[in-house]
Design a protein around this ligand. Structure first.
Ligand SMILES: [Zn+2]
Ligand SMILES: [Zn+2]
Length: 255
């Protein structure tokens, strides 16, 4: 009896997780050209070294909600494989105090960035901002919980509390693999995928699902067979970009 309950819960949870992961950025990811800081950055600025030879990533987290070091290392090496930054990719951690909020609207998130982002573009150094929050997104529903959102040309938020609530337990994917998967997916929207500021080099955009890839095993797929992703993440394998997505990045100054 106990086992049965566990199994049902498990599949339900996993179904939610899949919905979350792959539908989350459908509505809001159309990387707005401006960020709250007023910086106008294009995907090409991230991909090529023409204008910016170095990248500084500010990881700003609410006390107690720091992402795992392994996830950040994974994210860093993922970027190193795809973007041309001969001056290097540097990660800088900053913290903010918890607020009284447990639910955040997009306006709340933009206001937090505006008040607290410390790393700005400087000369040939480009900056990106990733906020790890201690609460949930206001647009969440019972069936659909957002784990991450790219809301500006160099800004994204990861709902670290939501991730922790849905991962790391028995039969669930590890926190590290979910953090890395969600963050890399959102970063790729900022790199302009799919058709989100980086032009298509072949037709692989999933027309029905916004800025996503039609390949079910690609990091940029909107949804997939639940069992596939379950296996991927349970094995702690973070989905990779497929060749079509990589080709787009290459054609826009990436590698
Ligand atoms: Zn997406
Ligand atoms: Zn793809």
């Amino acid at each position: 009896m106990k086992t049965k309950i566990f199994n049902t819960g498990f599949y339900l949870l996993f179904f939610l997780f899949c919905s979350i992961l792959f539908f989350s950025c459908k509505k809001d990811n159309s990387a707005a050209p401006e960020s709250p800081t007023g910086m106008l950055i294009t995907p090409n600025n991230f991909l090529s070294s023409e204008k910016y030879s170095k990248l500084q990533i500010e990881i700003q987290f609410v006390y107690g909600y720091k992402p795992t070091p392994t996830a950040i290392e994974n994210i860093k090496s993922f970027l190193q494989q795809r973007i041309n930054k001969p001056g290097g990719i540097e990660v800088i951690y900053t913290t903010i105090e918890p607020s009284d909020k447990t639910i955040y609207t997009l306006d709340d998130i933009k206001a937090i960035e505006k008040a607290n982002r410390t790393i700005k573009n400087n000369g040939s150094t480009l900056s990106a901002y990733i906020l790890f929050l201690d609460g949930n997104y206001s647009q969440n529903s019972e069936q659909l919980k957002t784990l991450g959102l790219a809301y500006g040309s160099s800004s994204m938020v990861i709902f670290e509390k939501t991730i922790r609530d849905l991962s790391g337990g028995l039969g669930q994917p590890s926190i590290t693999s979910v953090e890395a998967t969600v963050t890399e997916h959102e970063l790729c929207h900022i790199l302009g995928l799919v058709n989100n500021g980086t032009a298509l080099t072949s037709q692989h955009q999933d027309g029905g699902h916004g800025k996503h890839c039609i390949n079910s095993s690609c990091l940029m797929y909107y949804a997939t067979e639940t069992s596939d992703i379950l296996n991927n993440l349970l094995g702690n394998n973070i989905p990779l970009l497929d060749q079509n997505c990589i080709n787009d990045l290459k054609a826009n100054g990436g590698k």
